[in-house]
Design a protein around this ligand. Sequence first.
Ligand code: 13P
Length: 252
Amino acid sequence: MRLPLIAGNWKMYKTVEEARSLAQAVADDLRFDDREVLICPPFTALQAVRAVVEGTPLALGAQNMHWAEQGAYTGEISPLMLRDLGCSYVILGHSERRQYFGEDDALINRKVRSALEHGLRPILCVGETKAQRDAGNAKTVVLGQVRLCLEQVTAEQMHSLVIAYEPVWAIGTGDTATPADAQEMHEAIRNTLADLYGSQVADQVRIQYGGSVKPDNIDDLMAQSDIDGALVGGASLKAGDFRRIVAFERRS
Ligand code: 13P
């Protein structure tokens, strides 16, 4: 039984005060025991949001990190620093990091391993571009990313890792994957995990869908057998929308 995980990726939005009030609005009277809810504010707001989520069911995560514990890496943030701020999760390999900051699978793999070694749960993002899908290469691309980003990650470590399938063409476009297309890719990812780690491990890894998740499509996405949660961008910036997504209907 996989506990669904709904996560909000706030990207580069919200000042400290704005973040505090958004977190407050999300946390207000939030009660669930059959799902996990996570928010990932920008680094600058982590400390303020931590104070808001303490004592609530909301978990705190970051959107990126460096692989080293410390060192001469100007402008970077380390896993120790994130732990220090109360983060339990970190998003790694988001397509915006791959696209605008040149992150490749080898670098992301290094970050994933470092996060795991430091007790942070990675949300490893994978996904194909529109051109790759149109060329019929979506699965090759995504499953290749999964394999490369998980190199040297052990079966035991896989218990704390989450995968987010985020088709690049669906991010911020309103053009979400159909539940059936998303399910097909999630199933293929789970089969790859079974190949790498055996079916017992594959069955317990949570695979989130991300890309234009909204209040009006979350229920159909979550009804798919291999979709175990959502990584939400735009809609996580509106407390009402995010809370409606968090309150998705459980059908199975
Ligand atoms: P949108 O929900 O805005 O499409 O963003 C998805 C995303 O990138 C989450 O990480």
